[in-house]
Design a binder for this molecule. Structure first.
Ligand SMILES: [Cu+2]
Length: 189
């Protein structure tokens, strides 16, 4: 009896790594497209960037999602400053890449934000996704929500294309600094 239980334990031990490896791959396969994930980001204006002073910054700026997953991006902006889009970036007044072509701005569906009312954009050009973020009421926040489905695997840079940074064009400082007004979105299988 004693011998037998030891033998069983040995068998379990010997097969455990194999089972574990199988279990892990099965789990990641079934977790490959969990139905829905929400990424909450905040735009804050109180951060100080070395060399550029006070700059706007987006939190939770780099995340990983799955191809084919429904991804809701919720951005709560506390920035009451406008940064009108210019030149080739004008197209980012339009919401892009959502099923309805719209985002929710303070709970209301909107297909675009007028240029002069833009504070930032959250743009993942490589995935065709764009959320224009309007100016927040002073001392308050504005919440913008959009949902998209990434359709390819890879690491994609997101940018803000509103000139909200420093320098003569507003395109320096935060605009060029990872995890301030640019970051990485990773889409895995
Ligand atoms: Cu910006």
């Amino acid at each position: 009896m004693k011998f037998r239980s030891i033998k069983v334990a040995a068998v379990v031990l010997a097969t455990a790594p194999v089972l574990a490896a199988g279990a892990v791959s099965t789990m990641s396969a079934s977790a490959a497209t969990p139905g829905h994930v929400t990424e909450v980001m905040k735009i804050l204006t109180t951060g100080k960037l070395a060399g550029s002073g006070e700059q706007p910054r987006i939190t939770n700026s780099s995340w990983t999602v799955h191809k084919g997953q429904t991804v809701t991006v919720k951005i709560i902006s506390f920035d009451d400053g406008a940064a009108a889009l210019m030149g080739k970036y004008m197209k980012y007044t339009m919401v892009m890449g959502t099923k309805t072509g719209k985002e929710l701005v303070a709970g209301k569906a909107a297909g675009m934000v007028s240029d002069i009312n833009i504070s930032h954009t959250f743009t993942v050009a490589g995935l065709g996704f764009n959320m224009p973020i309007p100016v927040a009421p002073t001392g308050k926040s504005i919440t913008v929500v959009a949902t998209f489905t990434p359709n390819k695997v890879g690491t994609f840079t997101w940018n803000c294309f509103a000139p909200c940074g420093s320098g003569s064009t507003g395109m320096a400082g935060a605009m060029k600094t990872n995890n301030w007004m640019t970051g990485k979105i990773k889409v895995v299988a």
